[in-house]
Structures are given as structure tokens and as C-alpha cells.
Design a protein around this ligand. Structure first.
Ligand SMILES: C[S@@+](CC[C@H](N)C(=O)[O-])C[C@H]1O[C@@H](n2cnc3c(N)ncnc32)[C@H](O)[C@@H]1O
Length: 232
């Protein structure tokens, strides 16, 4: 199952109408998702007008899309009123692939998520050690010329799952589906009031290594994709 198929399954089964995507690039996940009102955030879109038009032709809902060219941090700061009104029902977090950035993306999303909303995270299960390397951009990761590099980069996004599991165990349901580089699935069962990053937990989780994850995938509550119907 791909990220798009999972997102669509969630939208269809819950009759969601508002989709927010953090990190869109060419729109490979954004355009095929069928939803009434979609909002895309990226500091640097790579979407020529021709591609936008092609997707409007394929699915008319794409005419209602909103594109906001900002980093996610700036989006949540500068567009707080917009996102409060929009109240996304599903957020797909696929922006900067670092622990800190993905954690902030999830925390900000949780703050504005509609009741019964869902957050899906990409890249929660690195395919190898090189792919899990910390870097501030894909280019920086490439330039490191890492041993075992395959051109895939998830960064250390998986640590966000470990952090959330530890800090919000009573508030959220969280697992990672073992498909498409690990799809995190988050729902809220007890409202969260404290969105501040706990530095102690953050620093402790940040010390974990790729081997720690591979030797203990319960750290991210990894689930086989065959359980997807029980989870969604
Ligand atoms: C892996 S791509 C997204 C791919 C897309 N979701 C897909 O599935 O095809 C990651 C995107 O995150 C964007 N990005 C980088 N830093 C970001 C930030 N601080 N906030 C939001 N997006 C960011 C990049 O510009 C890039 O387009």
C-alpha cells in the first residue's frame, strides 16, 4: 500500500473533506488524493502550471487547491488564523526529514487538527542506515557521500514517533505501518494541552541509533500492513 492509497482510504472511510499536506514538492502525493479541499505547504514547490492543469482535468477537485509557499514553521506562525478556521481533518507530514522539524510539524498539526482527525507521517522506517542519517536537506545528505547510500533519505523522522509515544502515550494512538518507508498513523483519544517540546525526552530520544530501532521496532509500534483495516 502506498501513502496515497492509505490517505485515500482514511478520507473515504471517514468522509473527510479537508486535507493538509506539509511537504509537497512536485505534488506526487498531493494531486492524486481525492478530497474536497486540499491545502499544500512547501517553501519551494516544483509544480509547473501544466501539471496543475493536467490534474484539474483528471480530477476537478484540484481546482479548489490552495498552495502556500512557506516553511511549515512559518505557515503555522503566520497563517494561524487560516489554519484555525480550516481545521484539517487529515494532515500528511512529509516536509523536512529531521527529528526536530517533523516533531514540530506533528505538534503544530495536533494543535489545529479537527476532532477525530488523523495525522499520517511519511518516512518513519528508514530502509537502511545511510537513509536514516541526520542532514538539513536531501542535498546535504547526498553530499555526505555516505557508505551504503542508495539515493533514499528518510532522515531521523522515526525519532518523532518514539518521542510522541513516550510523551503522549495517554493521549494518542500511534503506530507505523510497514509500507512505503513507514507510514505513521496518529489519532487523538485524550486532548493534548502541552505542545512544548520536552528537552529531556528529546535529547534522550535523539541519542538513539538506527541499530536501536532495527533491534527493537516496538519503539515505533511497527505494524504489518495486513492490519490496516483494523487500524483505519
Ligand atoms: C519528500 S518531498 C515531499 C514529497 C511529496 N509529499 C510526495 O510524496 O511526493 C519533501 C518536501 O518538503 C519540503 N520542505 C523542506 N523543508 C520544509 C519545511 N521547513 N517546511 C515544509 N516543507 C519543507 C521540500 O521543499 C520538499 O518539497
Amino acid at each position: 500500500m502506498t501513502r496515497v492509497q492509505l490517505i485515500q482510504k482514511i478520507i473515504d472511510s471517514k468522509n473527510f473533506e479537508r486535507y493538509l499536506e506539509i511537504g509537497t514538492y512536485k505534488g506526487e502525493s498531493f494531486f492524486p488524493v481525492v478530497c474536497n479541499k486540499k491545502v499544500a505547504i512547501d517553501p519551494q514547490f516544483n509544480i509547473p502550471l501544466k501539471r496543475k492543469l493536467k490534474w484539474i482535468y483528471k480530477d476537478y477537485h484540484n481546482i479548489f487547491n490552495t498552495y502556500i509557499e512557506l516553511t511549515s514553521d512559518d505557515f503555522f506562525k503566520l497563517k494561524a488564523n487560516f489554519v484555525k478556521r480550516y481545521k484539517p481533518q487529515i494532515v500528511f507530514v512529509d516536509g523536512l526529514h529531521t527529528f526536530k522539524a517533523s516533531l514540530l510539524d506533528v505538534l503544530n498539526s495536533l494543535e489545529y487538527l479537527s476532532e477525530n482527525g488523523v495525522i499520517v507521517m511519511h518516512d518513519c522506517l528508514p530502509p537502511n542506515k545511510a537513509a536514516s542519517t541526520f542532514a538539513n536537506s536531501f542535498k546535504e545528505a547526498i553530499d555526505m557521500k555516505l557508505e551504503g547510500w542508495t539515493g533514499e533519505w528518510t532522515g531521523d523522522v522515526w525519532k518523532t514517533v518514539v518521542y510522541l509515544k513516550e510523551k503522549y502515550d495517554d493521549n494518542i494512538n500511534l503506530c507505523v505501518l510497514d509500507t512505503d518507508y513507514g507510514l505513521g498513523y496518529i489519532t487523538v483519544n485524550e486532548p493534548i494541552i502541552d505542545f512544548k517540546i520536552d528537552e529531556d525526552i528529546f535529547n534522550r530520544v535523539n541519542e538513539l541509533t538506527y541499530n536501536d530501532l532495527i533491534n527493537n521496532t516496538s519503539l515505533i509500534n511497527l505494524k504489518s500492513i495486513k492490519y490496516v483495516d483494523d487500524i483505519v
